[in-house]
Design a protein around this ligand. Structure first.
Ligand code: ADP
Ligand code: ILO
Length: 348
């Protein structure tokens, strides 16, 4: 849907995005002529949510300045999503020793795999929605070079998307290692410009440590493996993040934490998830959601956000990322997964 960005956008009656909730006509008029130093406008920030009326959130930032210049729109969205408030400041805890999350399913009956990722962007450059082709390519070469220096379990190879065989790319997506192509939410946010140039994936031989380059965020640092050893996955990720941080300076704000293009990822930018088989709970989504809501968890489908569950398998992850530490993000997920497994066993 194309829209005339000089006038207040129309929202469908069934649109329930946070953009629709917080963008009044008056606010639109106050912000519509503001432009950040990298040339990012309100129209660009809200385009994804206007074009995709089924968005949950609907806004993206083009740079660190967007969060300040358009704060009257971004802040209520951030507060609503994360349960964060104006007086809160972000706290970080990357110490793996502070996490207590013994495998909730040692027999391997429910949890298929565990994955924890953080988003990161490079300091002093625009975020993906406002970045230039040259800046994006520069990030790709600099990040690929620093990843090349990783050693031990983290050592691996960078595979650019440009020139990648389609069968190989499709297999990586199907195996849950690589991001999809052509996401319409990212597309409308300007995040698919010049595709596939500048994008790629780094991974170790076992594909337990991966880095996505220049997707929604400039880096998505990922640790994953089969089964439910959450502590091992977290520990590998924390080691990797600290290593990469030695050679790449990340965009960070003392109040909002790590800055990301989507406000849902601010703070820790961490999503800790399990793929879990819960066929009994799947027949009663109201009971299922009661447990996930109580533990501040999000339910996604088997192929990530905006996808469906298949064969009673769900992607369960922490919802809050800002105002909670990395350890607390994983603890949210762990506590909820323990409760889900307990309920599933009762229903069996
Ligand atoms: P993100 O995690 O970056 O927010 P998505 O929700 O699109 O993005 O998920 C990216 C990919 O990671 C998808 O293929 C998804 O199925 C996969 N994935 C997420 N959690 C797990 C998990 N616990 N085990 C295996 N794959 C997972
Ligand atoms: N813009 C989409 C996605 C929001 C949250 N997810 C991600 C991947 N950032 C929406 O508003 O539904």
């Amino acid at each position: 849907m194309a829209w005339d960005s000089s006038s207040f956008p129309e929202f469908n009656s069934d649109c329930s995005s946070l953009l629709r909730r917080y963008l009044s006509k008056q606010l639109f008029e106050q912000l519509q002529n503001k432009v950040t130093a990298s040339g990012f406008t309100l129209a660009q920030a809200i385009n994804s949510g206007v074009v995709n009326q089924d968005s949950n959130i609907g806004v993206y930032a083009g740079d660190a300045e967007s969060y300040r210049l358009f704060d009257t729109l971004f802040e209520p969205i951030i507060f609503d999503y994360h349960g964060f408030s104006a007086n809160d400041i972000h706290r970080s805890d990357l110490n793996q020793e502070h996490l207590s999350a013994p495998n909730p399913d040692p027999a391997g009956q429910f949890i298929l795999s565990t994955r924890i990722r953080v988003g990161r962007n490079v300091a002093d450059l625009p975020l993906g929605p406002a970045i230039t082709r040259e800046q994006r390519n520069l990030i790709e070469s600099q990040v690929a070079a620093s990843l090349r220096d990783l050693s031990g379990e983290l050592a691996g190879t960078y595979y650019p998307l440009l020139g990648m065989d389609e069968t190989v790319r499709n297999q990586l997506v199907a195996d849950h290692f690589l991001f999809k192509a052509g996401d319409r939410f990212l597309d409308a946010a300007g995040l698919n410009r010049d595709w596939p140039e500048g994008r790629g994936i780094f991974h170790n031989r076992e594909k337990t440590f991966l880095v996505w380059v220049n997707e929604e965020d400039q880096l998505r640092i990922i640790s994953m493996q089969q089964g439910g050893d959450i502590e091992a996955v977290f520990s590998r990720l924390m080691t990797a993040v600290k290593e990469i941080e030695k050679s790449v300076a990340f965009m960070f704000d003392s109040r909002l934490g790590y800055l990301t293009s989507c406000p849902t990822n601010l703070g820790t930018a961490m999503r800790a998830s399990v793929h879990i088989r819960l066929p009994q709970l799947a027949t009663d989504m109201t009971a299922f959601k009661k447990i996930t809501d109580a533990h501040q968890l999000q339910i996604r489908g088997i192929d990530g956000e905006h996808s469906e569950s298949v064969s009673g398998i769900f992607d369960i992850s922490n919802r809050r990322r800002l105002g909670v530490t990395e350890v607390e993000c994983v603890q949210d997920m762990y506590n909820g997964v323990v409760a889900l497994i307990k309920r599933e066993k009762q229903l069996e």
